[in-house]
Ligand binder design. Sequence first.
Ligand SMILES: Cc1ncc(C[n+]2csc(CCOP(=O)(O)OP(=O)(O)O)c2C)c(N)n1
Length: 610
Amino acid sequence: MEILGRIKGPGDLKKLRTRDLGKLACEIREAIVDAVSKNGGHLASNLGIVELTIALHRIFDSPKDRIIFDVGHQCYAHKIITGRLDRFGSIRKKGGLSGFPNPDESKHDFYKTGHASTAVSLAAGEAIARDLKGEKHSVIAIVGDGSLTGGECFEALNHIGQMDTDVLVILNDNQMSISPSVGALSLLTSKLRAAIFYRRFSHYVGKGFSRMGRFGEWAVGMGFRIKGALKRFLMADQYFEQLGFRYLGPVDGHDIPLLLAFLGRIKHMKGPVLLHVVTKKGKGCSFAESKPTEYHGTAPFKPANGETANGKPTYSKVFGECMVEAARKDKSIVAITAAMSDGTGLAEFQKMFPDRLFDVGIAEQHAVSLASAFARNGLKPVVAIYSTFLQRAYDQIIHDVALMNLPVVFAIDRAGLVPDDGPTHQGIFDLAYLSLVPNITVMAPSCAEELCQMLEIAFSSKGPSAIRYPKDAALKTNCEGVAFGKAELIKNGNDVLLAYIGTFRQETATISEMLEKDGLSCAVLNMRFASPLDTDSVSKHAKGKKAVFFIEEGVAGGGTGQRLMEHIPSLRIIGIPNTFPENGSRKELLESQKLDATSIYEKIKASLSK
Ligand SMILES: Cc1ncc(C[n+]2csc(CCOP(=O)(O)OP(=O)(O)O)c2C)c(N)n1
């Protein structure tokens, strides 16, 4: 860390000789690989943007100039350069640095982000506010080609393009979202990328011809004419120009002197500018370069070869297997993903049925409306989206699906407490927001077997269904007989009723044993359905009990428990308080939210002793 050790902030970076910046990039990469190999994290995206981040901090003056990363998963080099190297080993750990920008951590981070396609909107707001206040500074949004597929990004470009305000949008184009980028826009950026080779070609050929006297001049002239024709052929840059941006690039995003030259000039340009930078995801790390999808977000790995430990089968994996099984039998089943086929467990489905998997890009709203039309045409669409990202499509769930009672299946992954990624990725609102919507059946399995049975119920349903499950290993049981709208009585007892929704099967068994030791006989009810609620079962088993408790891995206010309270006013809810849970492993999060077996037991005891 010969050079990096001297960087305590962007000011120190500015003092370095330009020729040392390449070495700095290598040292930053080493620091990133070292930390991510231990803590897990977004490896490939961060390795790809090191030179661009160095160049940005060299040319611009953060925090006076606003550097805003879209999603924010690629901000590791930025964190390192802005004085957080000494804490970088704590990234994504409980109490450690966030894996995303966090203004509580540094004045160089402006927004808490983690969802895609917001940076250009935020940059627009920053620029307009600056102009209104008569301030002078640069505003830069860095957005990946994957995130550019998100509708909000278009909305913001559309807005800025007519504003004539000074904003720099940097398109970090690595041809990848998590999987390869999809859609017509990725074809457009490929065309633009082709211009890089054309430009290099014309530069070198032009140089050669210029040494050949009059013939050379003629040839260079011809070259310009060819250049014009080629440019018209490539015309793709017109896309951004027509939107009101001055389009520059494409530029090799690993060539620091070139980046410095471009950014240095752009800094003084007026109006909206789009700089197209071409980078390689995983740059400098062989396994991340060759498998950028696998190392987009990774568990801890061996730095020598990238090997990760094999975990137990997760709910995502079980969902993927059930989908393949179901799709084999029923040709009308189709799957939709918003750029997350791997994360949602649909990779195998995609391989087996490539024509029945629709990756729409980072476009959750479109994914849901698309599903609505599929359902109206007799298909059985499954929209697999993480709980936190489905928030984006709430209106489409209500307006395009529920209102017409269309049989769309929502497979809601990463529901509840989500490890490592912090508050932006928590899936704690879905039970609350879905329960408000008429017509939707909402289910939450407590084991792998229930998940598959719930999927079958969803496929046979005449209206919309949602199944929500966490990022966790799926418990294996022999449980059978999931019936529409019915809770499962796991265990009878006389003193206390413990009802739950979701993955509390093991915890409630432990809690029940602990209570039995205290002489309290405990009934356990697995609700399975958040909508419709099996209020009959709860009322029946609540009768004669000293107390009734309801456990849910979601916000307590407005959640399933609150709806149950309308039927059983004495019910006590054990859920997540009205806060944004921070970083931590799943175990740590359950403990900090007091949803682990011991904490729940203690809450019950405290409540009973009142
Ligand atoms: C609304 C939303 N949907 C999905 C995601 C999950 N996600 C995180 S990064 C990413 C890919 C981003 O691709 P790109 O912007 O090209 O950045 P890269 O990682 O390639 O640098 C996705 C789909 C998200 N963060 N937000």
